[in-house]
Design a protein around this ligand. Sequence first.
Ligand SMILES: Nc1ccn([C@@H]2O[C@H](COP(=O)(O)OP(=O)(O)OP(=O)(O)O)[C@@H](O)[C@H]2O)c(=O)n1
Ligand SMILES: C[C@](O)(CO)[C@H](O)COP(=O)(O)O
Length: 234
Amino acid sequence: MTAQLNARGDVAVVVPAAGAGLRLGPGGPKALRLLDGEPLLVHTVRRLAAAPSVRMIVIAAPPADVEAVHSLLSPVAPVTVVAGGAERQESVAAALAVVPDEVAIVLVHDAARCLTPPSVVERVAAAVRAGADAVIPVLPVVDTIKEVAPDDTVLGTVDRSVLRAVQTPQGFRASVLRAAHAAAADAHTDDAGAVEKLGIPVHCVPGSDLALKITRPIDLALATHLLTLPDPDA
Ligand SMILES: Nc1ccn([C@@H]2O[C@H](COP(=O)(O)OP(=O)(O)OP(=O)(O)O)[C@@H](O)[C@H]2O)c(=O)n1
Ligand SMILES: C[C@](O)(CO)[C@H](O)COP(=O)(O)O
């Protein structure tokens, strides 16, 4: 049975946490790497559990660490832990499979975006509740973007005013996310990408600088500093 956090919430959050973290360098699975003495996943789940809309949290953990992740998170919040897959997409599918059918809204949230404030979770959930089938938090692109040929010659400058950097949590009507995953023939880097392929509109809401993805060592250093700052959205 799937563990419940808050019976009055209407949202299940699926958390892909099974990645190796190769770009972060050696040190074990990224979700279990330490930030201020606690695993990234603990920071992630603590913030999810503080969002009033969240009824349940399902983690896709590295297969060898399912029991350890359950023990680690039990003092933080009631969670269900399943074995993740070789790709993010497979991890999301494995966690989605244990979300009960009666939950109408599902958010997919990277464990690696461990400082995402509850306010972003609520913003995404509210937009789905208001009628959107798929919702993504985004930020404007701050650098000039060039299209570049394999020989490093610049082909042109992209109009960045129409570009957005995409974060998680991404929110979906549960039936739409299930249909998108069932239909996904190709690999997709985010879940909204699979929904786009079905021709279903995806709606953008403001993201947060705090929702950065811990990818490279510099991100971990930045997150250590950000931990000391108040949530600007709070
Ligand atoms: N097989 C995988 C791969 C990734 N993820 C999760 O998907 C999220 C986003 O992935 P990313 O940040 O790219 O993590 P890694 O795949 O671990 O990073 P890298 O490519 O550097 O190994 C992370 O929370 C990661 O744990 C997952 O659950 N299962
Ligand atoms: C889903 C995602 O966080 C959106 O920005 C991102 O695509 C996941 O990371 P990856 O490096 O693309 O696997």
